[in-house]
Write a protein that binds this ligand. Structure first.
Ligand SMILES: Cc1ncc(COP(=O)(O)O)c(C=O)c1O
Length: 374
């Protein structure tokens, strides 16, 4: 793989050593062009171009389906991950006394929508991590006969721990429990084939590893579960005869598109599609190998910069996120020092966090390490 050509797709490299894709990724040039194309067309043609953007959205959905090895009918465009979590948490047929099992250190988007079901008698069971790991044994122990859903991240945002979706999903299947995945910190960098991994629903905005803009994401639901959830956010575009505005005919689409209640975010969707196609063109497994190479490189050298690797770096547990302890030094100060030197990293849970994407270089990792070396 020619990573130099791939790197040339990222204007951000001219100014920054950008190592913060777990926050908000910079747009690749293809996504910028897609946005400009949409904006120009919207300015010049408005509604006269409607079919062009309907076709583009269809193509983007096909790319999203390819990413997951899913059917397009199982995918809905969403405005962010929180939207998708809400579809499941709000729409699930809970009975009072049911519970949902989460990791205690999940990002708030994958906690509050479940907590918001307390008025329906739903208990949230939060499993604390053990160091940098979410213990599968602890998740298993938290599940009982009233557990209906396990909801976890593909990759934990603060520790960078990659959950074993195959093992947890298989366990959920055996126990008749549904499995929801907040996929935003893993999708685009690690392969996920929903015909093999027993996941039931997932959601991810595109603004991190998928290299899309904020406010445009995907929700995936296993086909046979579409009728399990009561759809929320229903609007004119949720029904079978969506454009027959004068005829009220409340028959929901039989697909995940029933969750796309109103007008599409064409600008965001087309830019998301550009990022998706860029990644699919390289191959997700190749992207993942490259990200593992760069993060391994950083971890091998962290001690020389006075940093201690907090994240698990065991095979299949490591991810694109490396969480680093900086004993005796304030992580906010270190992050600011990096920024002043043109290196973008972040701080989460009192630790430095770096998250390089496949276009980053070892030289950029070296720059980061130099910045934090006392
Ligand atoms: C695990 C996880 N889920 C969700 C989000 C963001 O949620 P949303 O797409 O709703 O803004 C983040 C952002 O940092 C995250 O790390």
């Amino acid at each position: 793989m020619d990573w130099t050509a791939f790197r040339n797709e990222f204007p951000v490299t001219r100014r920054w050593a950008f190592l913060d894709h777990a926050a908000v990724a910079p747009l690749p040039a293809v996504a910028v062009r897609a946005l400009a194309e949409y904006a120009t067309d919207a300015a010049q043609n408005g509604i006269a171009s409607v079919s062009r953007w309907t076709s583009r959205a269809k193509a983007v959905k096909a790319s999203a389906a390819r990413l997951l090895n899913a059917a397009t009918e199982e995918i809905a465009f969403i405005k962010n991950t929180s939207d998708g979590v809400g579809f499941v948490a709000e729409g699930f047929p809970w009975l009072a006394g049911d519970n949902v099992v989460l990791a205690a250190e999940e990002f708030p988007s994958n906690q509050y929508p479940w907590m918001n079901q307390a008025h329906r008698g739903v208990e949230v069971r939060s499993v604390p991590s053990r160091g940098s790991r979410v213990s599968f044994d602890d998740v298993r122990a938290a599940v009982d006969s009233r557990t209906r859903v396990v909801a976890l991240s593909f990759v934990e945002y603060a520790s960078g721990y990659r959950n074993d979706l195959d093992a947890i999903g298989s366990f959920c299947r055996e126990r008749g429990v549904y499995f929801f995945v907040d996929a935003i910190q893993g999708l685009g960098v690690f392969p996920l084939d929903v015909t093999k991994t027993p996941v039931d629903f997932l959601a991810a905005d595109s603004h991190k590893w998928l290299l899309g803009p904020e406010g445009s994401g995907i929700f995936w639901i296993r086909k046979d579960l579409i009728d399990l959830l009561h759809p929320i956010g229903v609007g004119w575009n949720s029904v079978v005869n969506a454009v027959d505005f004068a005829k009220t005919d409340f028959r929901l689409k039989p697909t995940a598109a029933r969750w796309e209640g109103g007008s599409r975010n064409n600008a965001g969707i087309t830019a998301m599609g550009a990022g998706l196609d860029l990644l699919l063109g390289v191959g997700i497994a190749e992207v993942g190998d490259r990200v593992e190479f760069l993060t391994d490189y950083a971890c091998e050298r962290a001690a020389s910069a006075g940093l201690k690797v907090f994240s698990s770096r065991a095979a299949r547990e490591k991810s694109g996120i490396v969480s680093l302890c900086s004993p005796g030094r304030d992580p906010d100060d270190l992050r600011n020092r990096c920024r002043d030197a043109g290196v973008i990293v972040n701080q989460r849970s009192g630790r430095l966090r770096i998250s390089p994407h496949a276009y980053n270089s070892t030289e950029e990792i070296d720059r980061f390490l130099e910045c934090v070396t006392t």
